[in-house]
Design a protein around this ligand. Structure first.
Ligand code: ADE
Ligand code: ZN
Length: 334
C-alpha cells in the first residue's frame, strides 16, 4: 500500500548532528571514552522536554562530544540516509555545524571527509542524492564564521552552500553580511534560518542583506502580509519544520501550525524534520503528522513533495529534478 508519508520527496532542512539517536550517542561515547551527563538512553530521552530553542541547543551541543573521528561522522550520516530513504526521501540537503566540532578540537577535515564518505555512497546504497550545506553559528562572532569559511576552502568540492543557525534572537542576519558575500564569491549557494524565533524583519534581512535563495523556517513570515506577498511573488522557498516548532514551543500544538494557511496563501512551503532524533520523527513521520493535524488533502501533500524538488539545489541541466517530479506526479495514494 502506498502511504501518503512515503511520497517521493526531498529533505532540505536537516541538521546531521540532530540525527544522533540516543543509542548511537551511547555507542559512540563508549567507543571514544566519552562520559555523557546521562546514565542511559531513557534518562537522555527524558531530557528532551524543551522550553525553547536555547534549551534544545544546550543538549544538542553537549551530545556532539561523542563525535570525534571520520568513522563517527560517516556512521551518523549513513544512519540518517538509511532512515530517510525508508521514508521516501530521494534527495537530502544536509546541514552541518563545523564550529560545534572545531571548538572541541575536531578538525574540519575530519567532519567533512567523514560525512563525505557516507554521502559519496548514498546514491548507490540508499538511492538518495545529497548536498552538504555548511552552517555558521550566529551566536558566535562574525569573525569566527569568516575563519570557518577560510578553513573550508580545501573542501569546497564537497560543499554546495552555506547556512546560518543556532540561537536566533539578538543575532540578526546582517551580522554575517561579509561572510555571505565571501561565500557567494566562492560560488556557494546561500540559505539562512530566519523567523524561527526571530521577527519577520530577520527574514527580510536574510533576503535583502545576505541574498539567501531559501529561508529556513520562515515560520513568522505570516505576521507580515507584505512579506508574504513578496515571498509568494518571488517564489522564495520556506523550509518549514512543524514537529520542531511544536517541540521548541514556537507553536503550542500541531493543529495551530500555519503550514496549511501558508500553502493556501501560495507560499512555496516545504516540510522537513530539522533535528529528527530530538523532535519525534523523520520527514515521513512529519508528513503523516501534519496530514492528520491539519487535514491536508492529497493535493496538499503532492504540492509539498513537488515544492521540495522545485526548491532543491539541483542543477537545472541535470535530469534528476525532472525525474523526481515525474515520480511525484506518478505516485498513487492508497
Ligand atoms: N541547530 C540545530 N537545529 C536548529 C534549529 N532548529 N534552529 C537553529 N539552530 C539549530
Ligand atoms: Zn534548523
Amino acid at each position: 500500500m502506498n502511504l501518503p508519508e512515503d511520497l517521493p520527496k526531498a529533505e532540505l532542512h536537516l541538521h546531521i548532528e540532530g540525527t544522533l539517536e540516543p543509542e548511537l550517542a551511547f555507542a559512540l561515547a563508549a567507543r571514544n571514552g566519552v562520559t555523557l551527563p546521562y546514565a542511559d538512553t531513557d534518562e537522555l530521552r527524558r531530557a528532551y522536554l524543551f522550553s525553547d530553542l536555547q534549551s534544545f541547543l544546550d543538549v544538542y551541543y553537549a551530545l556532539t562530544a561523542v563525535l570525534r573521528t571520520e568513522d563517527d561522522f560517516a556512521e551518523l550520516a549513513d544512519a540518517y540516509l538509511a532512515r530517510a530513504a525508508a521514508q521516501g526521501v530521494r534527495h537530502a540537503e544536509i546541514f552541518f555545524d563545523p564550529q560545534a566540532h572545531t571548538a572541541r578540537g575536531v578538525p574540519l577535515g575530519t567532519v567533512v571527509e567523514g560525512l563525505g564518505r557516507a554521502l559519496d555512497r548514498s546514491e548507490e546504497r540508499h538511492g538518495v542524492s545529497t548536498r552538504l550545506i555548511m552552517c555558521f553559528l550566529r551566536d558566535q562572532p562574525a569573525d569566527a564564521a569568516m575563519e570557518t569559511l577560510d578553513a573550508a576552502k580545501p573542501y569546497l568540492h564537497r560543499i554546495a552552500g552555506v547556512g546560518l543557525d543556532s540561537a536566533e534572537a539578538g543575532h540578526p542576519p546582517s551580522k554575517f553580511r561579509e561572510v555571505y558575500e565571501a561565500a557567494a564569491a566562492l560560488g556557494l549557494r546561500k540559505v539562512a534560518h530566519a523567523g524561527e524565533e526571530g521577527p519577520p524583519a530577520y527574514i527580510r534581512e536574510a533576503l535583502d542583506v545576505l541574498g539567501v535563495e531559501r529561508v529556513d523556517h520562515g515560520l513568522r513570515a505570516m505576521e507580515d502580509p507584505d512579506l508574504v506577498d513578496r515571498l509568494v511573488r518571488d517564489r522564495v522557498p520556506l523550509t518549514l519544520c512543524p514537529l520542531s516548532n511544536v517541540r521548541l514551543r514556537a507553536v503550542d500544538v500541531l493543529e495551530d501550525h500555519p503550514l496549511k494557511a501558508m500553502l493556501d496563501a501560495g507560499l512555496l512551503a516545504t516540510v522537513n524534520s530539522d533535528d529528527p532524533a530530538y523532535f519525534g520523527g523523520y520527514v515521513g513521520d512529519t508528513f503523516h503528522a501534519v496530514r492528520e493535524a491539519l487535514a491536508l488533502t492529497e493535493d496538499d501533500l503532492r504540492t509539498l513533495a513537488r515544492n521540495s524538488f522545485q526548491a532543491a539545489f539541483l542543477d537545472d541541466d541535470e535530469p534528476r529534478r525532472a525525474r523526481y517530479l515525474a515520480e511525484v506526479d506518478a505516485y498513487t495514494f492508497g
